[in-house]
Design a protein around this ligand. Sequence first.
Ligand code: DC
Length: 221
Amino acid sequence: MINIAIDGPAGAGKSTAAKLAAKELGFIYIDTGALYRSIGVAALRKGYDTTDAEKVNSLLPEISLSLKFVDGEQRVILNGEDVSREIRLPEASMAASNVSAIPEVRAFLLDMQKKLARENNCLMDGRDIGTVILPDAELKIFLTASAEIRADRRYKELIEKGTPKDYGELLSEIKQRDYNDSHRAVAPLKPAEDAYMLDSSDMTLEEVVAKIVSLAKEAEK
Ligand code: DC
């Protein structure tokens, strides 16, 4: 199996680029953020404070998570229910960031991610894929862009969706999530030593996809 790890901060365009690159390569695309988001959603539904590790951990024994692939699109199933839409709600983002700092939550999701990679040629996107989940991946990419560029992309995306939000607010949310994700004690966001650093600030989506595909083809040889 060929495994490609793509890590990087929120909003760097990992999922859009990785999804397109996976399609071109004939690999499955696995979005691991969706798993943390699902646990965040499970906690929010209970009305729990998502920073309260004891509360969140008490939920884990009741959680059954699985991924389904429908026409190449990943769906997340939480206790039999498809939560793929709910996990994209804005409140799920911070909830995911909060629960992802809890060591028990990371341990809970570890085997599932490793197993998916063992069984599939995949392009897996997350924060700790190259460093913790797939340290032996054939290719590791760390995709970044400046916080300002990421906030601007999100700003334009929301205008297109008809749900505009203040640019300054988006920028400060992105910075807060970056800080959370890279300062937690367990598996913080950081590039693997052997990761290829790809800064997408001045690149189009097409250029990013083409670069990922060419790096993957090189790694496959
Ligand atoms: O990629 P995303 O924005 O959907 O991820 C949601 C949160 O989950 C993000 O703030 C960090 C966390 N996460 C993580 O800690 N490790 C991963 N492999 C993927 C996501």
